[in-house]
Write a protein that binds this ligand. Structure first.
Ligand SMILES: [Zn+2]
Length: 407
């Protein structure tokens, strides 16, 4: 009898608990236009949010919790390549020696917040060891920021043996890296020539694959891109010097291609005085970058002609660029001639696929994480609407909800 009473009261407690959950599930969003991230568009629909996930998307008439009927709703945007800790220091310069770890951490948290309210609900940092505590703090749900993935420390030194590269990859994975970064070529400020041999690139890519991790390879020279594609990396980032042959090779091998056309070099040039004088940020380096904008535009147009090539969106955001990430998407449409829907998919479903999260994010569909943004305008006809983000929900939690014009 005693046990039965206890069971009964447990059952009542469970019912009360369920009611509380059911009440918490009543969030709905009415979208004037809904772009689903997979190429689909719907008008005047209501998205039901079940806790952290998307429930039904339908045409029910009920009053919505959030009336976004004058706006366009999209999946939370994804930037697959940022450097979340990079910032201008107190002296305004890009090199920030003498800062305390606490100062550095807070600058990184600022970058995270800037990107979140600009509509980027997931970013991949390519990457630094200091990303880990920020990633974990955001994941705990208290500090506002995009869902963060990180590469920790990259493989960069061409004097490493293949065995040493494998060991570096194993250490990074043991230290909780989500992705591995290899530098297979020099910086564009030094001409972009290949640095790692085919054997070295293969060592990094194959070891990562054994451990179930993805690999981002920095490569400008065509030969470095070829080596990366043949080694089975996940994504080639930059690729500024590729020809049709490398674009086709990446397409054939299913390698993602992440070119930068609209923000990276522009941001360096806009902030030249803050960078100039440090390392390869000299006049010769800036000349490479000035010339690089037109070269990248031409390369991107060429890449678009390879219909099977999976082009994803990574800005390589460094100091000064966080929060402006959408400029890459806008530039690809305005200067590169990419259809707006394709450019949006690069930053949503295609990016989710590239970062291994397509079953969780990157699209608006039942069961996926409730990462939704709303912009003032229709980005399919005016891509600059992506700069007018007025609503941001990540994992069912609203982080921004302002009137158009107030963003
Ligand atoms: Zn980078």
């Amino acid at each position: 009898m005693h046990i039965r009473t206890k069971l009964a009261s447990l059952a009542v407690a469970a019912l009360i608990g369920m009611t509380a959950v059911a009440t918490a599930q009543q969030v709905t969003i009415r979208a004037g236009t809904l772009i689903d991230g997979r190429g689909g568009v719907q008008r005047n629909v209501v998205v039901a949010i079940d806790g952290a996930r998307i429930g039904r998307i339908g045409n029910q008439d009920a009053r919505a919790t959030y009336d976004l009927s004058q706006l366009t709703v999209l999946p939370g945007l994804i930037d697959a390549h940022v450097h979340i800790g990079a910032h201008f220091g107190k002296n305004g310069r890009s090199v920030t020696q003498g800062e305390t770890p606490a100062e550095q951490a807070l600058y990184a948290a600022e970058n995270a917040y800037s990107m979140l309210i600009a509509g980027f609900t997931t970013v991949q940092s390519i990457g630094a060891a200091s990303d880990v505590p920020l990633r974990d703090a955001i994941a705990r749900g208290k500090i506002p920021g995009p869902r963060l993935l990180t590469a920790l420390s990259p493989v960069r030194d061409p004097s490493m043996t293949p065995d040493q590269i494998r060991q570096h990859v194993r250490r990074a994975v043991a230290a909780s890296a989500d992705v591995i970064k290899l530098f297979a070529s020099k910086s564009i400020r030094e001409g972009g020539g290949q640095t790692l041999t085919e054997e070295q690139v293969l060592a990094g890519c194959s070891e990562a694959k054994i451990l179930g991790k993805r690999v981002w390879v920095h490569a400008h020279a065509a030969s470095a891109v070829r080596a990366s594609a043949l080694a089975g990396c996940t994504t080639v980032t930059h690729g500024s010097q590729i020809t049709d042959a490398e674009a086709e090779l990446m397409a054939e091998r299913g390698i993602f291609f992440e070119p930068q056309t609209g923000l990276l070099l522009q941001n360096y040039l806009e902030n030249k005085a803050r960078y100039l004088g440090e390392g390869n940020y000299d006049e010769a380096g800036f000349k490479f970058m000035e010339d690089g904008i037109a070269l990248n535009d031409a390369m991107f147009k060429m890449a678009l002609r390879h219909k099977r090539l999976k082009i994803n969106m990574g800005t390589d955001a460094v100091a000064g660029a966080h929060g402006q990430n959408a400029r890459e998407i806008i530039h690809r449409v305005q200067k590169g001639g990419q259809p707006a829907m394709d450019a949006i998919m690069s930053a949503t479903s295609i990016n989710a696929d590239a970062i291994g999260l397509k079953d969780r994010i990157g699209s608006l569909a039942p069961g996926l994480e409730a990462d939704l943004i709303a912009v003032d305008g229709d980005p399919l006809t005016d891509i600059t609407a992506l700069l007018r983000v007025v609503f941001v929900m990540k994992g069912g939690k609203v982080h921004r909800n302002v009137a158009p014009g107030q963003q």
